[in-house]
Design a binder for this molecule. Structure first.
Ligand code: A2H
Length: 254
């Protein structure tokens, strides 16, 4: 990290229905007929079948940036500048063209299409540990394979009222995506094994994240999707290529 650029897959989660506060903030700012997407950056495109929600930092500031006449991306200003520099936007913007500002908390409850997910559509939910300084500031949640994501959805389901969400938004079924020698639900398994009680157990979560990443990548076999039965190492670039070809994702690096 920090030496070589990270090659992310930026996934396009189309907004189907805005949360009321977001709808208010965006009123009259997006042209009729254009689509808005939340755009999480991921290093694990092969796990996208298991998306159950999409995280934003509730206190983070996002922009709605014009990618083309028809498409707008919800990402941090920092990510928009990187994308402009990488030629991802249709027009060669030096300064990214921002249609609106929006704070993360206003988007909580927004319904989005999640490409490849068994659930089809998922909700936008809060995660305090989302960093403004990494990726796009949007993180898609795969609780089967990411200990951070599993710890957070568990916390959200436990304290739904406190977080101002509907409990069922955080309780979508967690479907096994990858089989490893120890489990087909590696993140829940590790969270239990390392006795992680909440998203605040940063040290154990870091350990769980490293274990899950190594075991998933080097010893995992896909259980679902077009590449079921193939090793994760082999399937990962294939799933990524499918998403890119379908226009459901694009390459983003930083
Ligand atoms: B990964 P690296 Cl299944 N703040 O995607 C916090 N975390 C962020 C982020 C941000 N601003 N932007 C991206 N991420 C997460 C899937 C996944 C991820 C799985 C398992 C592990 C995993 C589903 N969430 O990451 O520091 C995103 O979550 C563990 C490495 O650039 C992204 O990939 O290495 C990963 O962290 C990028 O982390």
């Amino acid at each position: 990290e920090g030496v070589l650029p990270q090659e992310y897959t930026a996934l396009k989660l189309k907004v189907v229905e805005w949360a009321p506060k977001a709808a208010e903030a965006l009123k009259g700012k997006i042209p009729e007929g254009a689509s808005v997407y939340l755009v999480p950056a991921t290093l694990r495109p092969e796990t996208m079948y298991g998306q159950t929600c999409c995280f934003v930092g509730p206190a983070l500031k996002y922009g709605v940036f014009k990618a083309s006449e028809k498409e707008y991306f919800v990402i941090t200003e920092r990510a928009a500048k990187n994308m402009a520099f990488q030629g991802i936007f249709e027009k060669d913007f030096t300064i990214p063209d921002k249609a609106a500002d929006i704070v993360g908390s206003d988007m909580i409850g927004t319904l989005v299409d999640a490409p490849l997910s068994f659930h089809g559509q998922v909700r936008v939910l809060p995660m305090d540990t989302v960093l403004a300084t990494k990726g796009t500031g949007v993180v898609t949640s795969v609780p089967s394979d990411s200990p951070d994501d599993f710890a957070m959805v568990t916390e959200l389901a436990k304290k739904a009222d406190f977080y101002g969400i509907k409990k069922e938004w955080a309780e979508l079924e967690i479907v096994p995506i990858i089989q490893t020698p120890t489990s087909d639900l590696l993140a829940p398994y590790l969270v239990k094994k390392l006795k992680i009680a909440s998203p605040k157990d940063a040290k154990q979560l870091l350990e769980a994240k490293e274990l899950a990443y190594k075991e998933g990548f080097y010893q995992g076999v896909m259980k679902v999707g077009d590449f079921a039965g193939e090793k994760v190492e082999i399937a990962k670039p294939k799933v990524r290529e499918q998403l890119l070809k379908a226009g459901q994702a694009f390459a983003y690096s930083e």
